[in-house]
Design a protein around this ligand. Structure first.
Ligand SMILES: Cc1ncc(C[n+]2csc(CCOP(=O)(O)OP(=O)(O)O)c2C)c(N)n1
Ligand SMILES: [Mg+2]
Length: 517
């Protein structure tokens, strides 16, 4: 068994069986080893931003570690942006990055680069294998690192000779270090403030779906506190029957308004909330000065234990009720396209148990408000503010959940970053309905220019914000990637395209034409 084979066996023995890949020459022995194991699902992504974003979506929806295969420093660099988003989401990802054979690195070959340097900037854990005999153990350590602290980015750099030289047998990963927990005194203090006026419990990560979300809902009901989630949450359960929660909006002014009555902010699985950006004359922090922030449990701590301890301290009974969202399906809209009507159409038609992946930027507020009371679903959001995440993330979510419909809501600007994901969706026959909000530009940046205090948009700014001349033809772009689609310029066309998308297996793209003023 060579080093590469020992790594593939180690991955499979440790439950890592899905690899989003974009290989090159330095990974050929690893590719050959993957070839020997059809039980490993290898998914080709035609750009590394697609591999990392898909790994993120897969990890968020499966709860399991996703593997990526990347080609030296340039390949890793291409993956960087969506690894940044994955890091913020707490997704467990194991990157395997090929490098030149160690003896080749003393020469200045074309692909030589600082793999450790580029990896360390975004990975929690980086290791270069120094011998084929340690590859299995290093691989097991990488998987353990990816599973540690609620999910981390772990990068294993595999010089080509450590892949082809003789390795050792597969290794089982070491036990994970125990997660840090708040003290009993902190739990008691948090339980105490949650009863007080203006108390908010802000939750994230695993607390936003499944049994922990229910428990958080019971805590809110018992204490009367507000239940909050941040703007860029990794995964939230929503729709009829889901726990009622209020999400902070993007704009700082909106955030300030939402938190103006807050007096205690208890954070569980969550860092202190902060404005997306600094703006001249505006605060960085959204809560008022008289609000006390209680950092109970950081994202990498034991969220499960913390919520259970909090519930116990509060005497929350097993049958404590929960404020739930009432299912409310809108009528099918008709006439001219508006974002509100588009949201209503999606809400009316989306099947139960769908997964919405949202990167519709300025359209997000209208689309997500409308779908809040739709049939039960999960919502995934771009966690790190780095756009180009939607299509890859939808790809990975669809791989993780083959029985669920994925709905990718993307801005036209955002979709262009990682468009190649459409091809992967077509090749893997993934059930994704893609709605491209074709407003012909980086609409948000018009508003951001005003928000930072610049009051005129001139020739150069317009040239940097507007995607016109030439116009993007989304149906043609989809077709070129093997994805069928339709253009919708009225609500009737949108309703019918959505129905087609939801009824047809495999990917389907809808270009929603937004009327220009
Ligand atoms: C990696 C990365 N590059 C650039 C940006 C800056 N940026 C934020 S939103 C945006 C444009 C979004 O355009 P689109 O997806 O069409 O949404 P719209 O604003 O039109 O609603 C840009 C370029 C970013 N957030 N991330
Ligand atoms: Mg746009």
């Amino acid at each position: 068994m060579n080093g590469a084979e020992s790594l593939v066996k180690t991955m499979l023995d440790n439950g890592v069986d899905t690899c989003f890949a974009n290989p090159g020459t330095s990974e050929m022995h690893f590719v050959a080893a993957l070839d020997g194991h059809p039980e490993m699902r290898c998914i080709l992504c035609l750009f590394e931003g697609g591999t990392s974003g898909a790994a993120d979506g897969y990890a968020r929806m499966s709860g399991n570690v996703a593997a990526t295969l990347l080609h030296l420093a340039p390949g890793f660099g291409n993956a960087f942006s969506n690894l940044h988003n994955a890091r913020k989401a707490g997704s467990g990802i194991m990157n395997i990055v090929g490098d030149h054979a160690s003896y080749h690195l003393k020469y200045e070959s074309p692909l030589k680069g600082d793999v450790e340097g580029v990896s360390s900037a975004v990975s929690h854990w980086t290791r270069t294998c120094d011998s084929a005999r340690s590859v299995a153990r290093d691989g097991a350590a990488a998987i353990a690192a990816a599973r540690a602290r609620g999910g981390q980015i772990a990068t294993l750099i595999l010089p080509a000779n450590t892949a082809w030289d003789a390795g050792e047998s597969a290794a089982i990963h070491p036990s994970l270090p125990a997660l840090h927990r708040p003290s009993e005194a902190q739990i008691a203090a948090a339980a105490d403030v949650l009863h007080q006026p203006g108390a908010c419990l802000m939750i994230a990560r695993d607390a936003l779906y499944g049994p922990l979300f229910q428990l958080a809902g019971q805590i809110a009901h018992k204490t009367g506190c507000r239940l909050l989630a941040d703007t860029a949450a990794a995964r939230i359960e929503r729709g009829g029957g889901a726990v009622q929660i209020e999400q902070l909006v993007y704009h700082i002014d909106g955030k300030l308004g939402q938190l103006s009555d807050a007096r205690h902010l208890v954070l569980c699985g969550q860092h202190r909330p902060v404005a997306f950006f600094a703006y001249p004359g505006k605060p960085s922090l959204p809560e008022p000065a008289q609000c006390q922030v209680h950092p109970l449990c950081d994202p990498d701590m034991d969220i499960d234990w913390t919520l259970r301890a909090l519930a116990k301290a509060l005497g929350v009974a097993a049958d404590e009720p929960i404020h739930k969202i009432t299912l409310d399906l809108p009528d099918m809209p008709d006439g001219a396209v508006t974002l509100e009507k588009a949201g209503a159409a999606i809400a009316a038609l989306m099947p139960e148990n769908s997964i919405i992946v949202n990167e519709s930027v300025t359209a997000g507020f209208a689309l997500l408000s409308a779908t809040r009371t739709a049939r039960p679903h999960d919502l995934l959001i771009t966690t790190g503010g780095a756009i180009g995440q939607c299509l890859p993330c939808a790809t990975g979510a669809a791989v993780a959940c083959p029985d669920r419909k994925v709905i990718a809501l993307t801005g036209d600007g955002s979709a262009m970053y990682t468009l190649q994901s459409l091809w992967t969706m077509a090749r893997e026959r993934l059930d994704v309905v893609i709605v491209v909000i074709a407003n012909c530009g980086y609409q948000i940046l018009h508003g951001e220019l005003l928000a930072v205090g610049v009051d005129s948009v001139g020739h150069n700014a317009r040239r940097m914000f507007d995607l016109v001349d030439p116009m993007l033809d989304w149906v043609a772009l989809a077709k070129g990637h093997g994805v069928p689609g339709a253009r919708a310029a009225s609500m009737e066309e949108f309703d019918s395209a959505l129905s087609t998308g939801f009824e047809t297996p495999g990917p389907y793209l809808i270009e929603l034409v937004i009327p220009q003023e």
